[in-house]
Design a protein around this ligand. Sequence first.
Ligand code: AMP
Ligand code: ZN
Length: 665
Amino acid sequence: MSIQQKIQTLRDELNQHNYKYYVLDNATISDYDFDIKLKELANLEAENPQYFDANSPTQRVGGEITKNFKTITHKNRMYSLDNSYSKQDLLDWEKRLQKMLGTDAIEYTCELKYDGASINLTFENGKFIKAVTRGDGFQGDEVTANIRTIKSIPLQVNNFFLGDFEMRGEIILPLDGFHKMNQERLENDEEPYKNPRNTASGSLKLQDSAAVSKRPLDCLLYQVVTENRKYKTHFEILENARNVGFKVPETITLVSSIDAIFEFINYWDIERHHLPYETDGVVVKVNNLQQQEELGYTSKSPRWAIAYKFKAEQVSTILHEITYQVGRTGAITPVANLEPVQLAGTIVKRASLHNADQIEKLDIRINDTVFVEKGGEIIPKIIAVDLSKRPENSKPTQYATHCPECNTELVRSEGDAKHYCPNEFGCAPQITGRIQHFISRKAMDIDGLGGETVDLLRKEGLIQNYADLYDLKTEQIIPLERMAEKSAQNMIAGIEKSKEIPFEKVLFALGIRFVGETVAKKLAKHFKSIDKLMTADLETLISVDEIGDRIAQSIIDFSNNLENIQLINRLKLHGVQLEVSAESLENQTDKLAEKVFVVSGVFHQMSRNELKKAIEDNGGKVSSSISKKTSFIVAGDNMGPSKLTKAESLEIPIISEQDFMDMIK
Ligand code: AMP
Ligand code: ZN
């Protein structure tokens, strides 16, 4: 078998496994074996760059950075849908159709209205070419690199249409993926995402496609736009799309009367709460494509389709109490404790109240009867008070003035919606929360130590801060509840091992307010050691790319605190990595400082990602599009012709891979 054939075979095989896993939900290979094959393919591709293909399964992990999304005019306009709210609306619609078509026999498809962001996928000769958001319907943003990372979208389909076609669908974030993402955000003490729809559409506009690839996005398809007249009905076309590998939900149903449409609506109004993703209604379409064409479009929507929106579920219940939660940074979140009530398939006992302003704005009081809604948001929210049921002796809510955990007076700084408990080192949930964050997977990743154990160790007086972890002895742990010699040893070994964790992660682990994972990386790279970071002044800090006043001030506050200084010193004595290691420094220089590079084409000596890393390691910046600011273009084989013209017109030097290597030597 030639190399080329071998590459193709691996690609086909991996595509097939992606299809089974992400579309059919039926894996026939272990993750491990999949990764081995993927690695094998990646190696072959790296050694044989002439066979590069943007649609190879190796490209699904992303890596391409898009700074400015290109505006693209849709070849076929992406329309909105008319809405209906009652059976009468649907009957009226049917009458109009019958009159226009001159027949009473009309077939319809009923589909769920998937709640996400619409996308238009262009395929040419069975190959995925580009993805564009709906935008205003006439023009959208090109988000191809990001969409390519969604593994349920086939990048190559055979035996569908010989010609070109557009596939329309909805990018969604399934509920369990959404919950997992929020779980992680909570662990990092970040504000959870509000709802799956906004998170899905926000994901499409992330600049780093590698970050998109980590999000559990999915794509549900609902329409094919084509000149090809091979298929006669919408239903048939979607069935075929499903057969060639597109994820077309099986819920689509063929009916021939308004009554049957209503049966579908009533069924899904209840059952939707058991779906793995959110839906906000039903879309009814005329099935016959010829009839669709005859009906055509109004100025904003097709006449052959109509949406029916489910009503957002709302209930009223009594608010018994407002309690306050304290996060790891001391942020206070008010929580409404409700008389338990059935809502959207679950029993709701608590609702989020966001902050003091929200409570004041709605004038929410204890013992009020309140309306609770579970719309797009996952945590139900109180939307209004039923004033007619307000008890006579009711008094406006006084927001907590003191911390419910340590009784310290709360503070609220200007422009901040939240109150904080300033007792950083004496407030139990803050102490526990900070240590839990320190040991979490993306931080020090300490095996053998869980969140509950941290709380136990704190209660037992064994730890008060993260530096104390490194003083723990096996003998102190064994006597604790649910501990044994083995688990105690594992814990100590895990703590010991964390001393190898690189500086950028340690910096994140410290839990400085507003210093998340990416900011920590930036800071580590720039300052290279905790000492340099902690002695930097405001001006130096904000001169770092993407570091603003808010982050800078937070770092300064952290650095000026005596307790933090002592903690850092203790971590240092224990051998925790508080500077960038010599090894990773070795490959880093500022040779390319202030230089902006655009990388284009296929390379031989290193992969595109290695090249980008080399640019960044040497202090340069990588940009995805050519502008006046571009210093150099590193061109490999097959550099895109439009890039070439642009580079020439702006007179930007084009250098080869070898020229680049010489530059950094
Ligand atoms: P609207 O934004 O309310 O005008 O509704 C139109 C949008 O509904 C389209 O742009 C699609 O993104 C979305 N949609 C979701 N599910 C479907 C479906 N099954 N058929 C057509 N459109 C759908
Ligand atoms: Zn407190």
